[in-house]
Design a binder for this molecule. Structure first.
Ligand code: PEP
Ligand code: MG
Length: 878
């Protein structure tokens, strides 16, 4: 049998969401439940994908099915499409599987033309209403189907009102409405070079095509990429008989929720407008009345609506967002869906539904979007202030939160201004480890270059600081201390605001309100999540402060402590530089000896902050040139500090230059060349563990992680240095202490030879930042520059540095898991790349059987919830 592309509402149900889209499936479900739904049909999501397969054409078979259903709908209503005395009118609306802003929304009153409008006026005895409906249709069709500018239509309305000396649409009479429709059609003809389409069948087919087209518009594509909605899902189209909220004062239209979507409070919440149609409620031209007023205005309609709302919530077992129309005091339901809500409301509704006996704890855990939790952990913009603010640019939403401060262009200035009590936003072309102190004191960080795993993004997420990265439109002039964006110049000291959750940049101060983590709902829901999850959740933290923050958010250990970040402050960087310029091993050892106490102190602080939980300390990873200056003035100054000639320092810098530093002398390769670095770091780790253990509160068992391994022999070489150093210290201390030495799997060769590598590794931690860059062969710092073309051309649907590429990189992870366990069945397996805090990647990690995920402190709650959802959806055998 040929595939069916069109379903009457009476033929579907709520479980057919994939085929009918959310709106279509719910209209079918309400029809099944005997609710007052104007009848209609849904053109499936498969018809949409077929439209694209056929080269953006609706093929003859699908057209025939639509025509057949139209004939059926005419019969149902006892009216004909395009009829000159009593025409059938329909609405056309998009409806994807997941609700998707950015797509074409609604066309109302389709089917009207110059002849039908007269019949409609005669039949209803209400010419004003008929012409109001017609002019609205021309307006909507021109805007959403033909993409003509909305503005001109609004101007025409204003001109007609001005001529008549009135200000409200409601003051326009039938003749004025007719006049509007004539002027709208004239504008249409002028712009399109043809008459406004009069044939309702043409109108319908064009509207359906416009819905399909809107699936591929830039706004929808951006939304899909952010929310990982596959392009091949397609959207459905709903064609529904019109009911009218604009026939007079006994009619109206509105939107309502079964609970308050901002707070979660259990009470009908919404608004409506009398004598109005669809868009009027949201357009803001007239002020709608709260739904409670309907109780006074039309008590019988209110009672019926409240009863339906209750039934729908009980049926879907979730807060509903409903659209309705009242035509001559008769209620019609136009849509119901699970309502979008704030994070705070999501938690309250989920917990309340459990308390009300509607859903189980597991269902409650599945109800909250993990990414949403983020909003509760960072300061947020004051909603009213944000609404008024103007967006001047957009970058990547690299680290969430709301930041408002004065522009500075260097880390030093950030520190100075901060010390004077100023709030600052650090604006840089890109950041480097040298900027760390400035980043620490900034409210937010804005960079011109760099993707989701650029230095700025990773470090900012770790600190929980708001960051917008990679805004290529900004032109920075460091000399003049100014930048240009959207045709304006912003100077040092000017106020700007950043939204790290959307990437939006505002050229003014937008007020913020503090984070709300105090709510008991958060604790209860997360308690359930912890009960059901099977993955452990660790954090990536380099300082006691970050570690303590992560503990508060529920981290059960540190999966990655990047030791290089500890070498940048004050005296340490000097000792580090001494080590780098040293000409002999003994000179190097002298400099390393200066670093040892700092490192040991840091590790002790971290062990204490983690209260005895596991801490994985990774040895030095970046290439050494990152610790050396680049600017002439700095080179001069530092040569002086190090007591060497400028020439010598320049020679060292030149000798460390690499064409591909990311693939250069870094990671365990440093320890192979300079084993004394690994020796010093081992000494610091073990001494710190002994010191803390001796205090008698926690018994520390250190975990040392070797980065960038690609070959088992190099791992063995470094491991031997670690074990011989550690064993000696432990023996000398006369203490009973165990420790583990593991490695990162972040080079494809390590994954491919994981059975070999496992011989020398007690644990693996997947470094999917590097593993992604090395597998794809593009740089994590530069890929942002060209990935947009790949999204536009649908080659990649999402950023592989943000969401793990499960097909390619994931295959390497899976392979390494299997091979590693073959050699060492109890090997501890985790992930510490940025993907460890990304919900779909966490689900993948659960699926392939990792033991833990590790992510930045502020993503710990997100990972806990994502891990619980993965376990509830597909529990794995322990
Ligand atoms: C990684 O490569 O995934 C990783 C965690 O290490 P880094 O980001 O420090 O290279
Ligand atoms: Mg790495």
């Amino acid at each position: 049998m040929a595939k069916k592309y069109v379903y009457k509402f009476s033929e579907g149900n709520k479980d057919m969401r994939e085929l009918l889209g959310g709106k279509g499936a719910n209209l079918a479900e309400m029809t099944l439940a005997g609710m007052p739904v104007p009848q209609g049909f849904t053109i499936t999501t498969e018809a949409c994908t077929q439209y694209y397969t056929d080269g953006k054409q609706i093929n003859a078979d699908i057209q025939a099915e639509i025509a057949q259903c139209m004939t059926w709908l005419e019969g149902e209503n006892g009216k004909k499409f395009g009829d000159s005395s009593d025409p059938l009118l329909v609405s056309v609306r998009s409806g994807a599987r997941a609700s998707m802003p950015g797509m074409m929304d609604t066309i109302l009153n389709l089917g009207l033309n110059d002849v039908a409008v007269e019949g409609f006026a005669a039949k209803t005895g209400n010419p004003r209403f008929a012409y109001d409906s017609y002019r609205r249709f021309i307006q909507m069709f021109s805007d959403v189907v033909m993409e003509l500018s909305k503005k001109r239509f609004e101007e025409i309305i204003d001109e007609v009102k001005a001529k008549k000396g009135v200000t409200q649409d409601l003051d326009l009479d039938a003749d004025d409405m007719k006049q509007l429709s004539i002027q709208f059609k004239e504008f249409y003809k002028k712009e399109k070079g043809e008459d406004f389409p009069q044939d309702p069948k043409v109108q319908l087919m064009e509207a359906v095509k416009a819905v399909f087209r809107s699936w591929d518009n830039p706004r929808a594509n951006v939304y899909r990429r952010m929310n990982e909605i596959p392009y091949d899902w397609g959207t459905a189209v709903n064609v529904q008989s019109m009911v009218f909220g604009n026939t007079g004062n006994n009619s109206g239209t509105g939107v309502a929720f079964t609970r308050n979507p901002a707070t979660g409070e259990k009470a009908l919440f919404g608004e409506y407008l009398i004598n109005a149609q669809g868009e009027d409620v949201v357009a803001g031209v007239r002020t709608p009345s709260p739904i409670s007023k309907l109780k006074e205005e039309m008590p019988e309609v209110y009672t019926q609506f409240a009863e339906i709302a209750n039934r729908l919530e009980a049926h879907y077992k979730d807060m509903q967002d409903m659209e309705f129309t009242i035509q001559d005091r008769k209620l019609y339901m136009l849509q119901t869906r699970n309502g979008k809500r704030t994070a705070a409301a999501a938690l309250k509704v989920a917990v309340d539904l459990v308390d009300e006996g509607m859903i189980s704890e597991k269902e409650a855990v599945l109800r909250v979007e993990p990414k949403q939790l983020d909003a509760l952990l960072h300061p947020q913009f004051d909603a009213a202030a944000l609404k008024k603010a103007e967006v001047i640019g957009k970058g990547l939403a690299a680290s969430p939160g709301a930041a408002c401060g004065r522009v500075v262009f260097s880390a030093e200035e950030a520190k100075e201004w901060h010390e004077r009590g100023e709030k600052v936003i650090l604006v840089r072309l890109e950041t480097s480890p040298e900027d760390i102190e400035g980043m620490q004191v900034a409210q937010g960080i804005l960079t011109v270059r760099g993707g989701m795993t650029s230095h700025a993004a990773v470090v900012a997420r770790g600190m929980g600081t708001c960051c917008v990265s990679g805004c290529g439109e900004i032109v920075v002039n460091y000399e003049k201390k100014q930048f240009e964006l959207a045709g304006k110049t912003y100077c040092e000291g000017d106020w700007i605001s950043l939204d790290g959750s959307t990437g939006n940049i505002y050229g003014e101060a937008v007020g913020t309100v503090p984070a709300d983590v105090g709510s008991g709902y958060f604790g209860r829901l997360m308690g359930w999540a912890d009960q059901y999850r099977q993955l452990e959740v660790y954090t990536n933290a380099d300082t006691p402060k970050d570690a303590a923050q992560a503990r508060k958010f529920g981290a059960e250990g540190i999966g990655l402590c990047r030791t290089e970040h500890m070498f940048f402050e004050g005296e340490r960087i000097k000792a580090m530089r001494e080590m780098i310029v040293a000409e002999s091993e003994s000179e190097r050892r002298k400099a390393l000896a200066k670093l040892l106490p700092y490192q040991q102190g840091d590790f002790e602080g971290i062990y204490e902050a983690m209260e005895g939980c596991p801490v994985v300390i990774r040895f030095l990873d970046p290439p050494l040139h990152e610790f050396l200056p680049t600017k002439e003035a700095d080179i001069q100054e530092i040569a002086g500090e190090l007591n060497i000639t400028v020439e010598k320092l320049k020679n060292v810098i030149a000798s460390l230059h690499e064409f591909n530093p990311m693939m250069g002398h870094r990671g365990c390769r440093l320890a192979v060349s300079y084993p004394e670095i690994a020796e010093m770091q081992t000494t610091a780790v073990i001494n710190a563990a002994i010191a803390v253990t001796k205090k008698g509160v926690y018994k520390i068992s250190p975990n040392i992680m070797i980065p960038l391994t690609g070959e088992v022999k190099e791992l063995k070489y470094v491991r031997d240095i670690v074990t011989s150093t550690a064993d000696k210290i432990i023996k000398d201390a006369g203490i009973d202490m165990t420790y583990e030495v593991g490695t990162m799997i972040e080079i494809p060769r390590a994954a491919l030879t994981a059975d070999e590598i496992a011989k020398e590794a007690d644990f693996f931690s997947f470094g999917t930042n590097d593993l992604t860059q090395m597998t794809f062969g593009f740089s994590r710092d530069d890929a942002g520059k060209f990935l947009n073309s790949y999204y536009e051309k649908k080659i990649y649907e999402s950023d592989p540095f943000a969401h793990l590429d499960q097909t390619g990189v994931g295959k390497l992870v899976e392979m390494a898991v299997t091979l590693g366990r073959k050699t060492r069945p109890n090997i501890h397996l985790g992930i510490c790349g940025e993907h460890g805090g990304d919900p779909t990647s966490v689900e993948f990690c659960h699926g392939v059987g990792l033991d833990y995920v590790s992510c930045s402190p502020f993503r710990v709650p997100i990972a806990r919830l994502a891990a619980a959802q993965a376990a509830i959806k597909a529990p794995r055998a322990k």
